[in-house]
Ligand binder design. Sequence first.
Ligand code: SF4
Length: 313
Amino acid sequence: MPGIFLEAARIFRDSDELRYKRGHARLKYLVAERGWQWVRDELERRLGYELEHDEEIVNPVGALHTDHMGVGEQADGLYYVGAAVPRGRITGEQMAAVAELAERFGAEGRGEIRLSQKQNLLVVNVPKGNVEALSKELGGIGLPPGAPRWRESLISCTGAQFCNLAVVETKERAREVLEHLEREVEIDSPIMVSVTGCPNACAQHQIADIGLSGIPVMHEGKKVDGFNILVGGCLGENPKFGVELVKKVPGRLVQRVIGALVGNYKANRIVDADGEVEAFSDFVMRHEAGQLRQWAAIPEWTAGAAKKELRQA
Ligand code: SF4
């Protein structure tokens, strides 16, 4: 499997016509330009064997923004242990420690680390008898497998610190948002929050439950980092892009808006007889924009109030 990722990266590396156009230096543009079939065929050519083909795109069913966090059994009877990496930032010391843990606790010669699309990590191929000790050691280096659920589904793009296209800083903002939410609002299922530094959407804010898209704003007479806030995006059986709830919220205030909205989601969502709770994106689609804005406690200063109706006919 790692060979596939390496060859996919090499296909992108060799696409000079895209790589040197800074604004289009993304694998997604290559797929859009050449088509996914071309990418698949090129991947097979480089790998030297055929992959399993399925012409239909099958959307995942069930929980919308889950990751393989905590402990789970693999198909081969070994276990994985997944740990949330807050806002996708990990230190060199933590990386070296995780590598050592994967080697020490993985099955003989099979200790491996996987990185997830939600910026988290998993140690895989762990024998059952090693799971508890590994989980404890991960906790000891600041990556506990049982961390609060906000951590597993809040992601952030690189932002102004390392990206020339960014219009706002993201990683520190994501840390502040995460700390606020972990302190103020407990959740029982993952709610994906994406903090994105410009409209290029590397943190996929359009398919997040709550997506922040960076934009500079004037606040109290100064130009500061701000965000347009989108809500209700998701993948799954009925994929949809999030819709704009409010524009140009100053950065230091976004966590209050998110906290208030999620608090009201918890108080007003539908819970069926089996205890299944309504997904955040379904909750958003079930309510009018005005009601959501009221629940989000959006203050007066947001001159650019949401103009689009959230409910689709
Ligand atoms: S979304 Fe983030 S990482 Fe992507 S180009 Fe914009 S600022 Fe850079």
